[in-house]
Structures are given as structure tokens and as C-alpha cells.
Ligand binder design. Sequence first.
Ligand code: RRO
Length: 298
Amino acid sequence: MVDFCGIELRHPVVNASGTFDAIAARRVYGDALLESFPFSAFVSKTITPEPRAGNEPQRIWETPAGMINSIGLPNKGLEGFLAEDLPQLGELPVPLIVSVMATNHEDFARLVRGAGERDEVAAIELNVSCPNVHSGLIVGEQPAETEALLEALRPLTQKPILVKLTPNVADPAAVAVGAEQGGADAVSLINTLKASAIDPLSGEPGIAAGHGGLSGPAVRPVAIAQTRAVAAAVSIPIVGMGGVTSGADALEFFAAGATLVAVGTENFRDPGAGRRVADEIAGPLENREGVALSRPSA
Ligand code: RRO
């Protein structure tokens, strides 16, 4: 068992938000999904205050050892999520972490209150890769904006609050420190790296939105470097992610200072990847206990 912000988890492998649709998977696999659920906690796709249709296709573009996405946050909005999705996600055999995003403190507060008061929800992840409409700044690119957001939201729920950090900054550790000082219980990193692709024949963007976020094994060395830097700067737990496809990849994140790892892009190729990674690390983690979970000093 792993203790994560007071939540008991059966193993240290969760999913990255938006990379595994547990409701669709249950329709396909039935209750077999619940009997062998791949993750020790489930992180929802990010929800926003109001429903969103998401971006026009093309939304995904394959790259060497990875992919670019710009899905554009399709979701049912807070009310639709609470009424339709949450009861189904509450049937999963693991704790639920709800990912939320808004463009101002008031809307973030609505999301945190709405999700926080539901028994099905174990923790809330703030997706801060989004502009604040008042300042025009991407919240998660600014330590002070991140800290102010946490100070506004922290009093609204007793449940743990995670902050999902963007990698698209010069100093992610400074943003992590802002999150910690504002009262975050944990940070998760990395979200996707800003990227573009162009169809060489047509000259058109590979992604309709023009650019998107790169994920998959291609980004793992960046994610490891940032996890190491963040681990040296904060004392709250870290959920490390970015190109985890195997137990060896997960061990790399633990050695960099992560308490949990998340599997993301690999779920699209192998929906059982979470279980496979958890099985692969079980032995090595037992033998390396204390070493695997220690923090790097620089
Ligand atoms: O929905 C998306 O396009 C998306 C989101 Br909200 C995110 O946080 N990261 C990402 O790669 N895609």
C-alpha cells in the first residue's frame, strides 16, 4: 500500500488525466474492468464550469515516439459531470481524483466546491495550463498566480488538492513552490509540451488548432529533468508522468523523486498498461524500498 496525501492506494500507478475513458472502457470490457482495474486511483478528464464541444478534428497527430494532441477540453460541464459521469466513476474500485480547469478564481471555486462536496471524490487536481481572463497570464506559468489561486481555493475543501504543472516554463520548480506555499497537497507533472506538426505534402497544420501538446516516450527525459528539479524544491508528494510505458520507466520517475507515477499516452496503445507497469515495479520496489522513494538533493 502507498499513502498519498492520506489516501491509501494499492500501488503507485495512476492514469494521466484525459488518457483513459473509464466510462467507455466499462462499456467495452464490462465488470471485468472493475475486477482488474489498471490504476490505483482514477484521474478524470478535466472538467470546466460549462459544457464544451472541444476542437474540430484533426485533434491528434502521431510523431516519432509520441503524439501531439489538441482535444480542446470537450466535457459536459460541472452540472453534467456531477449528474451523469460522477455516479459511474464512483463505481470504480479505486479513489477518484477529479481534474478541473477554469479561467478565473470564481469559476475555479465553483468547481472545487461542487466536486469537493461529493463523497465519490477523494481529491481534486487543478489543471492550471489555462489563462486567467483577468490577467491574461497562463496561471501555471506564474508562481505568484499559482500561489494566489491556491490561497483562494484551499479553504473551500478539506480534500487534497493537486496542481498539474505545465512543462512550458523556464523554471517549473518555482511554480511548484508557489503551489506548495499556497497550500497544495501535491503536484503532478508534466502536462504536454507545446508542439506543432505540418503535413509535408499539403503544408497544412497537422492539428486543426495549429498547435497542441506533445506526449509519449519522446518527452520522458524532459519530464525526468523537471521531476528532479521539482523534487529538490518542494516537500509535498509528486505524481510523475511523461512517457511511462514500462516498469523501468516508472522506476526512473521514483528515482527522480516521484511518489506516484501516471501512465498517459501508453493507455491508447495498451489499455492494460497501468496494471502491467504496476506488476513490473512490485518486485524492484520491495527490494529498493527507501532508495526508490528518496529525494534527489539537487
Ligand atoms: O483537452 C486538451 O486538449 C488537453 C488538455 Br485540457 C491538457 O491539459 N493537456 C493536453 O495535452 N490536452
